[in-house]
Design a protein around this ligand. Structure first.
Ligand SMILES: Nc1ncnc2c1ncn2[C@@H]1O[C@H](COP(=O)(O)OP(=O)(O)OP(=O)(O)O)[C@@H](O)[C@H]1O
Ligand SMILES: [Mg+2]
Length: 606
């Protein structure tokens, strides 16, 4: 019987592999651009025609390739980046398999021209859908030019799967953007059908991000620089979508310079953002993880965009912890405000007991009608406590009021400025040196209470207040059952509640921070939540949700009239509170309109 099994011809192998490596023009572009970076290029220019389907041309000024090596560039499993098996476990380059160009060359009209820095002339090799041509001399500057024309022209079945020119172009553009972000020091150009799309000079990361995605990515960001171990670092920027003027999602994560899509990382990022992001928003980030090469396997998928970590739990907790820490800062980076935040953030030392008023409260304070006891006095202090539900010292800052005598030039404004009015019982309007801040008072207060409760719970001491009279309420048997099982968890949360009948309970104490006037609804909702979560473990992992329900009940409601000192007290408290930029549901708590913004609206100076 004739032999049925035979080895496939090289060209056929290449085409089969090309199906995996070169899915579409953008995947060919990725392979070529990665090679330019591996070759140490500082300038890379990309020309595309018809979304890359007709032509992809990449010119770099990298190391170049010798005439002898040229044929090997398009031979499968030929690479300059890997020598021994050990190298495979310590990969520092983007390429390592020696497959990229061989695959592309088998399914396109391919030309590679290259000149080494020290060589007097350059050389060129080409391949017509896998038919390799002789190496020839070529005239070019030092570096490499790769041209890929008519991708998949020889495989109509495959070509059919390519989408419209516009779609293919947008895929190519994304690939270009990723590589431009991962190497901001490299100058990049991109043209499509002869039109310039990007011309990016060598720059730093934040300027590169804003040239690609818009200026708001340069205005409000949280910086991350964390060390997680001897060879484990996380750096980059995260964004809260509520503060981005552009409606574009930027979600880029690089491991050792390689763009990756990884479930462990994505999940850790989501967890890092939990509690501060509205459910309709997505996290925005540009993050770089640098890890010892032998702690991560990059040889997982033909597109090299998946990785496997040796210790994925460690990576997960490192990333989510670092993000939580960065997002907890009071204020997003804001050039106009940042100097004030660090230098004049209000300190507890400036309370009434200490006569030294902060500099921005100087003359105005002593001239104002407020003395150290007015308007608070004893009644004022009570009103304040009722508002905050916690023992608080009043800052001189709270009492400061802007009036006609205020010397704006010499007043040092705190980050959220000084309250000037309350709007429709919902918003606090506050003046800063350079404009107006609008604060959603309920949302802000809710966050302040939540963070306070979290801190207290972290110290195992949610302070509680005894009700003057125990409050008896009628509830369902499910709630009685939940109370029965979770009395301990409830006491940790600051509640003392007894079962006094089949469907009756008595509320004796509630957390001090919360409003006793709403005890019934509050206890009912917390118990409902606890009944839904069930076991003690689940309750533990949903603590923040329970605290959030508690905070929501007690935050100031719309139409509650606040005095100017009360409003200022809220603003100062926000400045001291972690995550105060957004409410417990991830909505922003404040917005700023600068004088420039306002002048623009009124076309002043136009
Ligand atoms: N722009 C370039 N400048 C200098 N050398 C290059 C360039 N492009 C390719 N090469 C050389 O050609 C070789 C083959 O490239 P190819 O992309 O096929 O494989 P690789 O980069 O080694 O691995 P991978 O298949 O993982 O990308 C590279 O190892 C490199 O030596
Ligand atoms: Mg390569």
């Amino acid at each position: 019987m004739a032999n049925k099994i035979h080895k496939l011809a090289d060209n056929l192998v290449n085409r089969i592999c090309a199906g995996e490596v070169v899915e579409r023009p953008s995947s060919a572009l990725k392979e070529i651009l990665e090679n330019s970076l591996d070759a140490g290029a500082s300038q890379v220019s990309v020309e595309l025609v018809a979304g890359g389907c007709k032509l992809i041309k990449v010119t770099d000024n990298g190391s170049g390739i010798s005439a002898e090596d040229l044929p090997l560039t398009i031979e499968r499993h030929a690479t300059s980046k890997l020598i021994t098996e050990d190298d495979l476990y310590a990969i520092k380059t983007l390429g390592f398999r020696g497959e990229g160009l061989a695959s592309i060359a088998s399914v396109s009209w391919f030309t590679l021209s290259s000149k080494e820095q020290t060589a007097s002339i350059g050389y060129q090799i080409s391949s017509q859908f896998g038919e390799i041509q002789e190496v020839r001399p070529a005239s070019l500057n030092s570096g490499t030019i790769v041209e890929v024309a008519d991708l998949y022209h020889n495989i109509p079945a495959r070509k059919k799967f390519l989408k419209t020119e516009g779609t293919e172009f947008s895929h190519c553009k994304s690939i270009f953007e990723r590589l431009a972000i991962s190497n901001p020091e490299v100058a990049y150009k991109l043209t499509h059908n002869g039109k310039e799309i990007y011309n990016l000079p060598s720059s730093d990361l934040i300027s590169r991000i804003s040239s690609l995605f818009g200026s708001s990515y340069q205005e409000k960001f949280f910086t991350i620089t964390e060390v997680g171990g001897e060879e484990l670092y996380l750096s980059g920027y995260v964004y809260h979508q509520a503060y981005l003027a552009q409606n574009k999602n930027v979600q880029l994560c690089f491991v050792n310079g390689r763009f990756v899509r990884d479930k462990v990382i994505q999940n850790a990022i989501r967890q890092g953002f939990s509690g501060v992001l509205h459910h309709e928003h997505s996290p925005n980030y540009v993050l770089f993880i640098n890890i010892a090469p032998n702690d991560v396997d990059v040889n997982v998928h033909p597109s090299k965009s998946e990785v496997r970590f040796k210790d994925s739990n460690l990576i997960h907790s490192f990333i989510s912890r670092s993000l939580k820490k960065a997002l907890a800062t009071n204020f997003v980076n804001d050039e106009q405000n940042s100097s004030h935040i660090s230098s004049t953030a209000i300190t507890p030392e400036s309370d009434l007991a200490i006569p030294l008023a902060p500099s921005w409260a100087n003359n105005q304070f002593s001239q104002s009608s407020h003395s150290s006891t007015e308007p608070w006095g004893t009644a004022g202090q009570h009103a304040f406590d009722a508002f905050y539900r916690k023992p608080t010292t009043i800052n001189n800052n709270d009492l400061f009021t802007l009036d006609e005598s205020t010397d704006h030039q010499n007043t040092t404004y705190p980050p959220l400025g000084f309250a000037i009015a309350q709007l429709q019982g919902i918003y606090i309007l506050s003046q800063t040196r350079d404009g107006l801040i609008v604060v959603d008072m309920h949302a802000a207060h809710e966050r302040i209470i939540l963070e306070n409760l979290k801190t207290q719970l972290g110290q195992n001491t949610i302070a509680s207040q005894q009700l003057l009279m125990p409050l008896a309420i009628n509830v369902t048997s499910t709630i009685i059952e939940a109370l029965h099982q979770h009395k301990h968890e409830l006491s940790l949360l600051g509640f003392e509640i007894d079962i006094i009948g089949e469907t009756m309970l008595a509320i004796r104490s509630i957390p001090l921070l919360l409003d006793d006037g709403k005890a019934e609804q509050l206890v009912h909702d917390v118990l409902m939540e606890i009944a839904n979560f069930g076991s003690a473990n689940v309750i533990l992992s949903h603590q923040e949700e329970i605290l959030s329900t508690m905070a929501c009940h007690s935050a100031v409601r719309a139409n509650r009239q606040l005095s100017t000192p009360e409003m200022n007290a809220l603003l100062r408290e926000m400045e001291q509170t972690e995550r105060a930029n957004y409410c417990n549901h991830g909505r922003p708590t404040w917005f700023k309109l600068t004088m420039n913004d306002l002048d623009g609206l009124f076309m002043r100076g136009k």
